[in-house]
Design a protein around this ligand. Structure first.
Ligand code: ZN
Length: 481
């Protein structure tokens, strides 16, 4: 199935490895002409939800920032993976992954010395060449570079997450939010991690897209007024001690499994967003971070995971109570005051962070929407996500049908309906092509059109065809959006 999906993706311009003509570099993917549209739609869904419904402010910050930012955040010191290199061929491995693959058990939370022992005791060798492995060490995942020329150039890093860059302008954001709590800030953009050996296609990228939302709140007020809008959502919950339940968000909060109501609320909202994107809700689980995996300052952290048929668990969003840790760290290093005076109290706001990947949900949408029916393959994208709203096809390339079809296409443009015009090959092949990029409904201009100004509208999922008047076509397509 993965092969088929990748084959269609490359052929139809959904996604493909970057730098292909130079042999490619793992951890980098291009969004093709069709994939870019789908990615934009996924981003818009998240953006519109947070900016419109949750009244978030939106910012865009540089992807490159000076070293001080990442010293304060702890990334220079701690943003590392454990790595080991083959002494013979030089291949690098993430030690924990290598050992887990070999022993088929988790080694989460183990120290370097324990992992070194495991490699030695189990005689684990380089999977590529069978050579001996070197001692494990901490490898920093940030890409380092320099700003400016000559001797005075400054050390800088490509950001490994957007969140820190949002925090830096906190004082200006506080002003923009009219000095009221809570308020949220969303940033959608690229981040970079120099992963040791990314081998999971789009799931682990070295340059990737994120949508990260920071809600600044009072330290003792982490609840939301409209929790009841999501509280009845029932889903699979995996607690930090690996117990699994099917339960509602409401009972997870009542039983104290979810410690922060705001986290439960945004888990519910995220489940709704993923479902709207077309991700199979039955493949989703909420998973609480274990004590040793959670940042020491955080009171509670949850992920939503998608269980992929190809890659296993894929983390789509992480929701975390980051307390005042980040603002305090930047306050200490920058010597700037980041406290607020609010309702007679002076304090550093706490942060509830919702961190979405974009590329991973994109992949999960592709996997979830993929369908095979007989010899037909198609993507059952929801209309909100589909790369085009409709396709416009003349039945044949003669008898004035192409001209008529172009006129309908121009009408779509005028109404801002994104349509795909195609007159190449047989009509059957054009439908198949439209199915393979998941266009929900296609319009065919045929001989009847010349007589009565109606067109054929064909549904991707049922293959049913109906006739619609050209005059009513735009309204029809817009109403059904
Ligand atoms: Zn080797």
């Amino acid at each position: 199935m993965h092969r088929k999906i990748m084959d269609i993706s490359k052929r139809r311009g959904i996604m493909y490895p970057s730098f292909e003509i130079y042999g490619g570099v793992s951890g980098f993917y291009d969004y093709g002409p069709v994939g870019s549209r789908i990615k934009q739609n996924i981003e818009s869904l998240i953006r519109n939800y947070y900016v419109i419904d949750e009244e978030c402010l939106e910012v865009e910050c540089p992807t490159l920032s000076p070293e001080a930012v990442w010293i304060a955040s702890g990334h220079v010191g701690n943003f590392t993976d454990l790595m080991t290199e083959c002494l013979k061929c030089g291949e690098a491995y993430r030690s924990d992954h290598l050992i887990e693959e070999h022993l088929k058990k988790s080694c989460e939370g183990m120290h370097i010395s324990q992992l070194n022992d495991l490699i030695e005791k189990n005689r684990i060798k380089c999977p590529k060449c069978g050579g001996n492995l070197g001692k494990i060490y901490n490898y920093n995942l940030m890409f380092q570079t320099f700003v400016g020329p000559g001797k005075n150039k400054e050390s800088a890093y490509l950001r490994p997450e957007t969140a820190q860059t949002t925090y830096l302008a906190f004082r200006r954001l506080w002003e923009a939010a009219r000095k009221k709590l809570p308020f949220g800030v969303i940033q959608i953009g690229r981040s970079f991690r120099n992963e040791i050996s990314p081998r999971q296609g789009m799931v682990r990228l070295r340059e990737f897209n994120q949508a990260e939302i920071q809600f600044f709140v009072e330290p003792d007020r982490k609840s939301v007024e409209n929790f009841d809008e999501v509280s009845k959502i029932k889903t699979r919950v995996v607690t930090k001690d690996d117990k699994e339940f099917d339960m509602s968000l409401e009972s997870a909060v009542k039983k104290g499994i979810m410690k922060v109501q705001m986290i439960a609320y945004f888990l519910g909202r995220s489940l709704q967003l993923f479902e709207r994107m077309g991700i199979n809700p039955k493949a989703l689980k909420l998973r609480q971070h274990k004590d040793e995996e959670r940042a020491f300052y955080s009171t509670d952290t949850w992920d939503i995971e998608y269980i992929s048929k190809i890659f296993g668990k894929i983390e789509l969003v992480g929701i975390s109570d980051r307390t005042d840790y980040d603002l305090k760290a930047h306050m200490n290093l920058s010597k700037q005051d980041l406290t607020v005076s609010y309702e007679g109290k002076k304090f550093i706001p706490h942060v509830i962070e919702i961190a979405y990947g974009i590329d991973r949900p994109f992949y999960c949408v592709i996997e979830s929407c993929y369908r095979e029916e007989g010899d037909r393959t198609f993507f059952k994208f929801p209309k909100e996500i589909s790369p085009y709203r409709t396709g416009i096809f003349p039945l044949v390339r003669k008898d004035n049908l192409p001209e008529k079809a172009r006129a309908v296409f121009e009408l779509m443009k005028k109404e801002r309906i994104h349509a795909f015009y195609d007159q190449t090959g047989s009509i059957g092949k054009r439908y198949a092509r439209a199915d393979e990029i998941g266009i929900p409904e296609c319009v065919t201009i045929d001989y009847e059109t010349i007589e009565d100004n109606t067109v054929t509208l064909r549904d991707r999922d049922t293959k049913k065809q109906i006739r619609v008047k050209i005059d009513e076509l735009t309204m029809y397509l817009m109403n059904k959006m």
